[in-house]
Design a protein around this ligand. Structure first.
Ligand code: SF4
Ligand code: SF4
Ligand code: SF4
Length: 222
């Protein structure tokens, strides 16, 4: 087990959470540009390591597990369709001018919570997602976030990602079960799914150490 990964990720998330209060960290131009280019090369590290609203959902899930609340993972036969919802929302917002308060929960949290611009509707939607997050991993990221959807789509060209060594894999399903974004890690040799947020939980949980961050090779087709 690579136990150091998740404490390190928590530390980075906490720094960027502090960035909500120290704006130069979260909103500085070099940081924003750097994060954009990482999407194209190594995937959506922003979502897994930086985004404060993503961090809050992670921390709620951690608390929920500690106090033994029931957790639900949507079965794949439904998830395969449900995971399209964030692209549908993104399409409706971009092309049909649709705007619902709940679609902006990330924006309200990351950008406005500490600037005193929270309205009762945005507060209500934030609270709703946070409550759902006590029972389901990253509900907003999985099904509603337009930024996550767009960055995820860009990330599918990344040449560096998580490689699974099929020779070592014992098909224990642990990587599939722990993934907060419902990526079917066990069914792929090279993870470039747009849902992957590079949280590295699958890498940390694998008992055979057969998952690692690697440069893609030509023979890896999936
Ligand atoms: S999917 Fe959206 S809310 Fe979730 S971590 Fe990424 S940007 Fe933040
Ligand atoms: S956790 Fe590791 S050994 Fe288990 S299914 Fe996933 S890749 Fe294979
Ligand atoms: S595939 Fe692994 S790194 Fe990607 S979101 Fe799932 S658990 Fe995290």
């Amino acid at each position: 087990m690579r136990k150091w990964i998740q404490p390190l990720r928590f530390l980075v998330q906490a720094c960027f959470m502090a960035g909500l209060i120290i704006p130069w960290l979260a909103h500085s131009e070099p940081v924003a540009k750097g994060l954009f280019w990482t999407v194209l090369v190594v995937g959506v590290f922003f979502c897994g390591w930086v985004c404060p609203f993503g961090a809050v959902q992670d921390w709620l899930a951690w608390i929920a597990r500690k106090i033994h609340l029931p957790r639900f993972q949507i079965p794949w036969k439904y998830q395969r369709f449900l995971q399209l919802s964030r692209y549908i929302w993104a399409g409706l917002i971009t092309f049909a001018g649709v705007h619902y308060a709940f679609l902006s929960a990330r924006f309200y949290f990351n950008d406005n919570l500490f600037h005193n611009m929270l309205t009762w509707t945005s507060g209500l939607t934030l609270a709703t997602f946070l409550i759902i997050g006590l029972f389901v991993d990253r509900p907003f990221c999985n099904y509603f976030c337009m930024k996550g959807a767009m960055d995820g789509l860009m990330s599918i060209i990344r040449p560096i990602s998580i490689k699974r060594d099929n020779k070592l894999c014992i098909h224990c399903h642990l990587c599939d079960r722990i993934c907060p974004m419902n990526v079917r890690v066990e069914h792929t040799n090279f993870v470039r799914h747009p849902n992957c947020i590079n949280c590295m939980k699958c890498v940390g949980v694998c008992p055979k150490k057969c998952l690692s961050l690697r440069l893609m090779q030509l023979r890896e087709r999936k």
